[in-house]
Design a binder for this molecule. Structure first.
Ligand code: EPU
Length: 419
């Protein structure tokens, strides 16, 4: 199994380009199942989760071609099966995103039920309840969701919880339903808006994406289009923390500061100087130690759960003490035990971590448990004294494009070894 070796202590310097967003490209690739004509998706990040989604669609008979710039052309006219196998779904929960489109366009779908995962139980009850309200017959048996319908019908859906992929699944299904659907308490994440923009480019009639009430007037048919994926705000945030934690000074290009407000505000309070333009952000930490910052995760536009682990690393070396409350997922502090092995002073009480910054983390062998936890251990390794070895890095390849190449470009001492 591959590992990353990191020699800590170098302030990061230079420019880096941000890739397309994982959590935008996955629903957009699922949405291509709704299109009558060929789709062309650009700014696709080179990620394991993208490969998995292509495999998922490929196994259904969908034709996919990819060029050297990671533009993907998708033609669903060759589809033969409406089936998402457990073998694929178990490696990527976002596979559930094919359920709404398959049902809406083809009237049937069989999708493996995603299991729990390292960060919590992650049910899909709200996806299923919404589709049922739109007229789908759903039965869960043998670990699979068996769904069928005549044409879906518009419905008034009030979501019990803010769910990102739930909102996306229902918005995609509603696009081809008969009549109008209203999704209340919808997720407002920028990736939901990006999917809505893609669906609109395909001919969908959607209002209110980016607010908590999305109205979808169903249309009879969606066509293929060309769409370029939004920049990854979590990759952006991770690199910003990499600069902040090392006292560095970097510029991020091809990103969107407007969708990172909560993260930029926290970094400002941690002592970073931040400047930004339309599609770039520059951060300068002036070789200083960061200051502790309290945070609480919640759905967008509040502080993202996908940045919690990275900020735990930042606080672990900051001046002062703080509390970090995780309110989205029940078990998202798996990185804490690994950071404690590097000398971090962190106590977890329920869904809150109390972090007292130490002056210096010490390198240790550590193990990644999920995608964002892996990122946080790399960040800790960038400031630790000595050589940190991060194991199980297949998690990182699911969601960060060329992370070690990008960090090397910024002057970090990091390399991948086979085992
Ligand atoms: N929930 C339910 N029932 C449902 C769906 C969700 O109770 O039917 C609960 C979940 O258990 C959780 C909360 O609602 O407590 C929010 O979960 P959500 O459904 O929003 O998560 P998700 O859609 O499965 C997406 C991202 C995650 C990100 C979360 C929260 C994608 C592909 N994944 O997951 O990204 O953490 O939203 O913002 O968009 C990551 O990139 O590392 C990652 C985990």
């Amino acid at each position: 199994m591959e590992k990353l070796l990191i020699e800590g202590g170098k302030p990061l310097k230079g420019d880096v380009r941000i890739s397309g967003a994982k959590n935008a490209v996955l629903p957009i690739l699922a949405a291509t199942l709704l299109a009558e004509g060929p789709m062309r998706v650009a700014n696709v990040p080179h990620l394991q989760d993208v490969t998995t989604t292509m495999e998922l669609l490929g196994r259904m008979g969908v034709s996919l071609t990819i060029d050297e710039h990671m533009n993907i052309e998708i033609d669903t006219s060759t589809i033969e099966e409406f089936f998402a196998h457990y073998e694929v779904v178990k490696t990527m929960r976002a596979s559930i995103l094919v359920l709404g489109p398959l049902l809406a366009r083809f009237g049937k779908a069989e999708v493996s039920l995603p299991g729990g995962c390292a960060i919590g139980s992650r049910p899909v009850n709200l996806h299923l309840r919404g589709l049922e309200a739109m007229g789908a017959d759903i039965e869960v048996k043998g670990g699979y969701i068996h769904a069928s319908c005549d044409r879906l019908k518009g419905a008034h859906l009030v979501m019990d919880n803010v769910t990102v992929t739930g909102t996306e699944n229902l918005m995609m299904a509603a696009s081809l339903a008969e009549g109008t659907s209203v999704i209340e308490n919808a997720a407002r994440e920028p990736e939901v808006t990006d999917l809505a923009n893609c669906l609109i480019a395909m001919g969908a009639n959607i209002e209110g994406a980016g607010t908590d009430t999305i109205t979808v007037h169903g249309v009879k048919e969606l066509k293929g289009c060309q769409y370029s994926v939004l920049a990854d705000r979590i990759e952006t945030g991770t690199f910003l923390v990499a600069a902040a934690i090392t006292g560095g000074h970097i510029k991020l290009k091809d990103t969107q500061p407007q969708i990172l407000e909560s993260v930029l505000q926290k970094l400002d309070r941690a002592g970073a100087s931040i400047t930004s333009g339309h599609d770039w952000i520059e951060i300068d930490m002036h070789n200083r130690r960061p200051k502790s910052i309290n945070l609480r995760t919640a759905p967008y536009p509040a502080f993202p759960t996908d940045m919690q682990a990275q900020f735990t690393a930042l606080n672990a070396v900051a001046e002062g003490s703080c509390t970090i409350t995780e309110s989205v997922f029940e078990n998202r502090f798996m990185h804490v035990q690994e950071m404690q092995r590097m000398g971090a002073n962190i106590k977890v009480e329920g869904n809150t971590a109390i972090v007292t910054g130490v002056e210096q983390l010490k390198a240790a062998p550590v193990m990644a448990t999920d995608l964002r936890a892996s990122a946080s251990l790399i960040l800790a390794g960038l400031v630790a004294e000595g050589q940190t070895v991060v194991d199980r890095i297949y998690h990182i390849d699911r969601g960060y494009e060329c992370i070690e190449e990008k960090l090397v470009q910024l002057g970090a001492n990091i390399r991948r070894v086979p085992h």
